[in-house]
Write a protein that binds this ligand. Structure first.
Ligand SMILES: [Zn+2]
Length: 247
């Protein structure tokens, strides 16, 4: 059964009701709709809990896609009770964790604005994210941090625009990522736009983001690693270099 992905239209939806539509052989739970983000595009899937009518909870360890993008599978933690098909649940995502991932994910977009090279890989994390660029230049990490924090302080709006798969196929230049494919296959693709009229950036992405850059908060480049002749790995962390070195 396909699942309506409520997180695609509302990144701030932390709870919703849903009906169980299927239990998979691997224990995965399928629902008619969900606010749980499914792992993709470098952003890990949501964890949290499903509240049953009697008030008891089923802990969810992670969320991923099934065989296709429109199937979303919620994987329970070990030794959890199983709901019944047709059962109504109240879903609660681990919001503090998801919000950190949204801030970090948005920070990765800002880094792609500051560092205008093709992206070869990215992984969003709660404490640290990494973005790999196809580049051989040497850049000072403190300069990158200053440019990132300028974009954060300017408080640009972050919003989605939807385009069709055909429009994206006709405009391949808007894709910055070399290896991470844009979220096609659902008929429409979300463009993540930063700044009025996309003045800062726009990039196809199916992840979750904050609604203005100030929400990203203090971030800094902890490290720029040389991974091969033409690859540089940037590590983004929350906080400032000063607070980090005090740890
Ligand atoms: Zn994104």
């Amino acid at each position: 059964m396909t699942t309506t992905a409520l997180f695609r239209d509302d990144f701030y939806l932390s709870t919703t009701e849903a009906i169980v539509t299927g239990i998979r052989e691997d224990g995965g739970i399928e629902l008619d709709q969900t606010c749980f983000y499914a792992t993709s595009g470098g952003q890990p899937g949501d964890n949290g809990s499903f509240e049953r009518a009697d008030g008891s909870c089923i802990e969810i360890a992670t969320t991923r896609n099934g065989d296709t993008k429109d199937i979303i599978v919620h994987m329970p933690a070990a030794d959890q009770p199983m709901p019944l098909v047709g059962e109504k649940l109240v879903l609660h995502i681990d919001w503090p964790r998801r919000y950190r991932l949204m801030r970090m994910h948005t920070a990765c977009h800002l880094l792609s604005v500051v560092c205008q090279f093709p992206i070869t890989g990215a992984a969003v994390g709660e404490e640290e994210s990494r973005v790999d660029f196809d580049m051989s230049e040497t850049i000072d990490k403190d300069d990158v941090t200053a440019a990132l924090m300028k974009l954060v302080a300017e408080n640009h709006p972050v919003y989605l625009q939807w385009i069709t798969d055909e429009e994206l196929a006709a405009n391949p230049d808007i894709v910055k990522s070399k290896n991470v494919r844009p979220p096609m296959g659902l008929g429409r693709v979300s463009l993540v736009c930063i700044g009025e009229n996309s003045s800062v950036d726009s990039q196809p992405c199916g992840g979750t983001h904050v609604s203005e850059t100030q929400e990203v908060g203090a971030i800094f480049i902890a490290k720029i690693e040389k991974k091969g002749k033409e690859n540089r790995r940037f590590r983004i962390r929350f906080g400032t270099p000063e607070t980090a070195s005090a740890l």
